[in-house]
Write a protein that binds this ligand. Structure first.
Ligand SMILES: [Mn+2]
Length: 341
């Protein structure tokens, strides 16, 4: 059960590269999500079982709802220990770049990553840069964790997938597929998930650990956002949610607390585009979700210094919260005319 997207040539190169024991670092994008963590921790543990000296180096500490993941305790986070993170990264023979495809996604690790001579990209985002020597880039794959599974199969290393590795990969697949409901979910996704269950994954425990892990304050922040800060534009089929720095502070905001908020807008009948704007330091962070063919990645890339996938993208703005939302609203009619049904 391979993936059609994995090139024979790249696999042959990787096989040769990993033929003897290597020092390996796996890294991922800033503010790692479930897929970033799952693909990174899963691959590190698999490479260790294959005899390599593998380490996970994260740009920063993930939100609390991902810290239970197998292998996280051994990961090094650059925001906590930049020297150790850079040292590990630069001392490695091979650097795997997971769930990102440009060097500017790794925050404080960017310089070290750019200096590393031998990078392997494993990713599913649009428009990969040429930063890596060996590329596994598949925009059709619902998650990087699913690609890591395919990669292990292609390497003839499926047998190393134990319960811990399977749990990491399953977490990535589950989170990036919105619990197996996004359009990127395929028969192959379910086949991979089935294999991971056979390796001992407990889906109830993973779901519970990731999804039912809100603080009381997070749930109240969601309540506030839905009651007071959700603007629905029925004529356009758009829902806009906005949160100021003060509102976040008032609700004891912690990193990751607004994860998933943007999806609620799509829960309203006939809404096909949902946006979340939130103040974060000097910038406004923007999350976009859509249904069907509406390419929110294009909107993010063209107007908000971002990118992502067709139905899930993000960006940022250096204007004020209100000015950003105003500009977003002014773009909507043309965007929806051009791309909407
Ligand atoms: Mn991903």
């Amino acid at each position: 059960m391979g993936s059609p997207s994995i090139s024979e040539e790249a696999i042959a190169e990787l096989k040769q590269l990993l033929a003897g024991p290597k020092g390996v670092v796996c890294t991922t994008h800033f503010n790692p999500d479930g897929d970033a963590m799952g693909s990174t921790l899963g691959l590190v543990q698999a490479l260790r079982k294959l005899g390599h000296d593998a380490h996970a180096v994260l740009p920063n500490i993930p939100p609390g709802f991902l810290q239970w993941m197998p292998g996280y305790a051994q990961a090094v986070a650059a925001d906590k220990d930049i020297e150790r993170a850079e040292e590990l990264l630069l001392a490695s023979d091979v650097l795997f770049c997971l769930d990102h495809n440009t060097p500017d996604r790794v925050g404080p690790l960017q310089q070290a990553l750019e200096r590393h001579p031998l990078k392997v990209m494993v990713d599913h985002h649009q428009d990969p840069s040429d930063m890596a020597t060996i590329m596994f880039s598949d925009t059709a794959s619902g998650s990087t964790a699913q690609l890591v599974f395919d990669l292990l199969v292609a390497l003839g290393a499926k047998h190393v997938i134990d319960t811990e590795i399977a749990t990491c990969l399953y977490t990535g697949i589950m989170t990036d597929s919105g619990s197996f409901r996004f359009g990127s979910t395929t028969a192959h996704t379910h086949r991979v998930a089935a294999e991971l269950l056979e390796s001992g994954v407990r889906p109830d425990q993973v779901y519970n650990a990731v999804m039912d892990n809100s603080s009381e304050q997070r749930l109240r922040l969601l309540g506030h956002a839905l009651s007071n800060r959700l603007d629905v534009i029925p004529d356009l089929g758009v829902a806009i949610m906005a949160l100021s720095a003060q509102e976040l502070k008032d609700h004891g905001f912690k990193l990751g607390d607004t994860e998933g908020f943007v999806n609620y807008g799509l829960g309203i009948r006939n809404i096909r585009l949902s946006a979340l704007f939130m103040e974060a330091g000097e910038i406004v962070k923007i999350s976009l979700r859509s249904i069907g063919d509406l390419p929110v990645d294009l909107l993010a890339r063209t107007h908000f210094l971002g990118g992502g996938h067709r139905n899930a993208a993000g960006g940022r703005s250096e204007e004020s919260l209100d000015a950003t939302i105003e500009r977003f609203r002014s773009l909507l009619p043309d965007f929806l005319n051009e791309h909407g049904p």
